[in-house]
Design a protein around this ligand. Structure first.
Ligand SMILES: Cc1ncc(COP(=O)(O)O)c(C=O)c1O
Length: 476
C-alpha cells in the first residue's frame, strides 16, 4: 500500500521489532521525527495512530507515544473440516437475545452494526429532510423502487463492472429481505442450499423462514468459501442455490480473490445452481481497490446480487436492493406479496445523498476507521486472551472471528460476559451444528475507548478462567 503514513509506520515498526526502540521507551517527538524522516507532522501523527492500532505504541496524554510490548502474533483461525450433510435450519433462538434493547446499555461487541461516530449522520439527516419535503412523490407505493434510487444504484454497479439499467434493480428492506426474496425465487421448501460456514446468522434464519435445508461449506479465513468443498457438495447433493458473501464475509472477514470468484461463478453456472451473492461489506475494504463482486464475472445471468446501505449509511434506513436478473418476475411477485414496496423517503434520501457525490469521500474515511479499529481490537485480543487463541485478519468490514483455545466455550464466555454487561456473539450462532462452540465474533467497529479496552481485558481474563475448566465437545 503506497500511502506515505503507512510506509512511515512500517519503518518505525521495523525499528521497534529490531529492538532499536524498547518497550516503555518514548518515541522522539513528532516534530523531530518529521524532520528526521522528511515528512509532514501530520504524516508522523497518522503513522503513530496506525502503530497504536497495531498495538506497538501507546499514547499517553501530554507525554507522547511510548513503545508497548507488541502483541503475540496470533494466527488466523483454522478452516473447518469438509464433512457435512443437509440439515434443517433452526436458528430462531439464537439471535434475538443479542439484539434486545438491553444491548444499548452494554459494551456492544456483539452485533455487526456500524458505530454512529463513523456514519455520515449530518448528510443523512439533510438528505432525509430534503426527501421528506418532496410531497406527493413520497406518498405512493414505491414499487419496484424509486426511479432516482434505482438509477443511482445502476450507476454504482457500473463502476463495479456490473452493467445494468435501473429496470434491473428491485429496492428491498435491507439485504436480509433481498436474500429471502432470492431464496423464494429459486427454491421450494425442503430444497438444499449451500452456505459458507461459519455463516452470518441472518442467512441461516432466511433459510429457516423459507423452509430449506442447509449444507455448510467451510470458509477459509482469507480465501473465502472452499471451492473444493463446494465441488464435493455439488457432486453429492441436488443443490438448488448457494449463498455466498464473497467480499469481507461475516464472520470470517474473508475476501475471495477474483480468480476464485470467477471459478465459483463458472462452477455454479455449469451445475445450473443459482449463486445468491450478498455484497453488503463490499464497499468497506480496508486498503486498495474496492473488490469486484462475483456478479461482475457472471456471463450467464446466474448470479442474484443482493446488498444494502446498512453497513455504510445506517441499518435504520432499512434500504437495500437486489439484481435478480432472469428471476426478476418471481422476485417482484414475492416482494409485492409480502410488503408491497420499500418506503419512499429512505430511497429518495439515499438517491439524493449519492447524487451529491459525498459518498465516496465518506467511504474513504470509514475504510480507514474500520481498518484501524479492527487492527486495534485484534491486537488487544492477542494481548489479553490465552495462548492458543486465533483471530481473523479481515481486509474489510469490521468483524473479528476469534477461535478460543480448545475446550474454552464461547457460549459460557458469552453468558459470563453478559452478566457483566459486555455483549459478544457466541460461535454457536454461526452454524446449525455445534462446531464453533469454542469461537466468538466481536464487533471491531467501535471507537477505542477505556470502556471497550477494559471490556476486552475482562473477556481475556474470563477466557483464562474458562481454560481451567474446559468443556467436552458433544458430537455434531
Ligand atoms: C453478511 C450480512 N448480510 C446481511 C445483513 C443484513 O443486512 P440488512 O440490515 O441490510 O438487512 C447483515 C447484517 O449484519 C450481514 O452481516
Amino acid at each position: 500500500m503506497g500511502v506515505l503514513y503507512n510506509q512511515v509506520a512500517d519503518q518505525l515498526q521495523g525499528l521497534i521489532v529490531e529492538g532499536v526502540y524498547r518497550e516503555g521507551e518514548r518515541l522522539p517527538g513528532v516534530r523531530v521525527l518529521s524532520r528526521q524522516l522528511g515528512v509532514s507532522v501530520s504524516t508522523v501523527l497518522q503513522a503513530h495512530q496506525t502503530l497504536e492500532a497495531r498495538g506497538y505504541l501507546q499514547a499517553r496524554e501530554r507525554s507522547g507515544y511510548f513503545v508497548r510490548r507488541p502483541a503475540r502474533d496470533v494466527p488466523e483461525p483454522a478452516m473447518p473440516s469438509h464433512r457435512s450433510r443437509p440439515l434443517p435450519v433452526t436458528a430462531r433462538d439464537m439471535t434475538l437475545e443479542l439484539c434486545a434493547d438491553e444491548e444499548r446499555r452494554m459494551v456492544p461487541l456483539a452485533t455487526a452494526v456500524p458505530h454512529p461516530d463513523y456514519l455520515p449522520v449530518r448528510q443523512i439527516q439533510q438528505s432525509t429532510l430534503w426527501a421528506a419535503r418532496r410531497g406527493l412523490e413520497t406518498l405512493d407505493y414505491a414499487f419496484p423502487g424509486k426511479a432516482s434510487f434505482r438509477r443511482q444504484i445502476a450507476q454504482r454497479m457500473a463502476t463495479l463492472g456490473v452493467v445494468i439499467t435501473p429496470d434491473d434493480v428491485l429496492a428491498t428492506n435491507g439485504a436480509q429481505e433481498a436474500i429471502i426474496i432470492a431464496l423464494r425465487a429459486v427454491t421450494e421448501p425442503g430444497d438444499i442450499v449451500a452456505v459458507e460456514t461459519p455463516s452470518f446468522p441472518g442467512i441461516l434464519q432466511a433459510l429457516e423462514v423459507v423452509g430449506l435445508r442447509v449444507i455448510e461449506i467451510p470458509t477459509h479465513p482469507s480465501e473465502g468459501l472452499s471451492l473444493e468443498g463446494l465441488a464435493l457438495a455439488l457432486e453429492q447433493w441436488p443443490l438448488k442455490a448457494c449463498v455466498v458473501v464473497c467480499n469481507h464475509s461475516n464472520p470470517m472477514g474473508a475476501r475471495m480473490p477474483d480468480a476464485r470468484k470467477r471459478e465459483l461463478v463458472s462452477m455454479l453456472a455449469a451445475a445450473n445452481v443459482p449463486l445468491i451473492e450478498d455484497d453488503i461489506y463490499g464497499d468497506l475494504n480496508h486498503t486498495g481497490e474496492r473488490p469486484r463482486p462475483a456478479k461482475a464475472f457472471d456471463r450467464t445471468d446466474n448470479v442474484i446480487y443482493c446488498s444494502s446501505f446498512s453497513k455504510t449509511l445506517s441499518p435504520g434506513l432499512r434500504l437495500g436492493w437486489m439484481i435478480p436478473g432472469r428471476h426478476m418476475a418471481s422476485a417482484r411477485q414475492h416482494k409485492y406479496f409480502v410488503n408491497l414496496a420499500t418506503s419512499s423517503i429512505p430511497q429518495l434520501a439515499v438517491a439524493h445523498f449519492l447524487e451529491q457525490g459525498g459518498y465516496d469521500r465518506y467511504l474513504r474515511a470509514a475504510r480507514q476507521h474500520y481498518r484501524e479499529s479492527t487492527e486495534r481490537l485484534r491486537s488487544a485480543v492477542a494481548r489479553a486472551f490465552p495462548e492458543g487463541t486465533a483471530v481473523s485478519r479481515p481486509q474489510g468490514g469490521f468483524v473479528l472471528w476469534v477461535q478460543l483455545p480448545d475446550g474454552v466455550s464461547g457460549t459460557e464466555l458469552y453468558q459470563r460476559a453478559r452478566a457483566e454487561n459486555i455483549n459478544v456473539a457466541p460461535g454457536r450462532m454461526f452454524s446449525t451444528t455445534n462446531k464453533f462452540e469454542n469461537c466468538l465474533r466481536l464487533n471491531g467497529g467501535n471507537p477505542w475507548t477505556p470502556v471497550v479496552e477494559s471490556a476486552v481485558q475482562r473477556l481475556g481474563m474470563m477466557a483464562h478462567e474458562l481454560q481451567e475448566s474446559p468443556f467436552k465437545r458433544s458430537p455434531s
